[in-house]
Design a binder for this molecule. Structure first.
Ligand code: SF4
Length: 249
């Protein structure tokens, strides 16, 4: 299970380069409105009960001192990435935190891209949507093309309607990155719904699609990976149609 400070890294990411992480969730616990069977942070119920969310002020302090230290040491930073122990948009100060992060990025590392990994459930909130529109890479997760599929792979903890999420994502008018997990579980696998999932990609027209598979230990046992070749075969129609697809094994 990850236990991340509010600002961590930079870590080396194959896709994002030297990536400084920001965790807007508690340092000792996971908070998410999904409970994905592959979540690298483990199950929600196994969080350590820490519910203290960093405030905008905490993030400003931690990020300023980290950026100052990195700049003094000559450490490259290609991306400032919101990821961590849960869903970052659940932090009530998320919009202010995005604003201050963009401001500090401009001051210390103007070339760095700001990326947010989100499960897209909260973009119906106008302030969250507007904040995500400001960052370089809003990376939105849609793992399955039906409510039933989402229940299997993401296990939403509250009300969830995929159609609602899709309507909200349409408001980005393609200016976002779609991220989709492909995996095999007992009795079902993501490839079964590749057809309707591709129809969602055609509907949302993301500027980039990131398809990936499990990499580390998962809270649900018995999950299996796809190979890069298998994933490429599944998404080949989209590649042929000219979509920008990154496949990560
Ligand atoms: S949305 Fe992300 S943080 Fe939340 S359960 Fe899924 S993988 Fe974990």
């Amino acid at each position: 299970m990850m236990r991340e400070n509010t600002v961590f890294g930079p870590i080396s990411s194959r896709r994002l380069g030297s990536s400084l992480g920001i965790n807007l969730l508690p340092q000792q616990g996971k908070i998410c409105n999904f409970d994905c069977i592959y979540c690298e942070c483990g199950w929600n119920k196994d969080g350590l009960g820490d519910t203290v969310l960093p405030s905008a002020r905490d993030v400003r302090e931690a990020l300023t001192s980290k950026l100052e230290a990195c700049r003094a040491a000559g450490t490259p930073i290609d991306s400032i990435t919101f990821s961590g122990d849960g869903e970052p948009t659940l932090n009530p100060e998320f919009p202010q935190i995005i604003d201050l992060t963009l401001e500090l990025r401009d001051r210390y590392y103007p070339e760095a891209k700001v990326s947010v990994l989100s499960n897209a459930t909260r973009i119906g909130k106008e302030a969250v949507f507007q904040a995500l529109c400001k960052v370089d890479n809003p990376i939105l997760k849609i793992d399955a093309p039906t409510d039933e599929g989402v229940r299997k792979i993401n296990q939403p903890t509250g009300d969830y309607s995929l159609e609602k999420v899709l309507e909200n994502v349409e408001r980005f008018q393609g200016r976002f990155v779609l991220q989709t997990m492909f995996l095999k579980a007992d009795g079902w696998e993501s490839g079964e719904w590749a057809g309707p999932w591709m129809d969602i990609v055609r509907r949302l027209k993301p500027r980039e699609v990131m398809v990936y598979t499990i990499d580390r230990e998962t809270p649900q046992q018995g999950l299996r990976k796809y190979t890069v070749e298998q994933m490429r075969a599944l998404v080949q129609p989209l590649i042929d149609e000219g979509f920008n697809i990154q496949i990560k094994g």
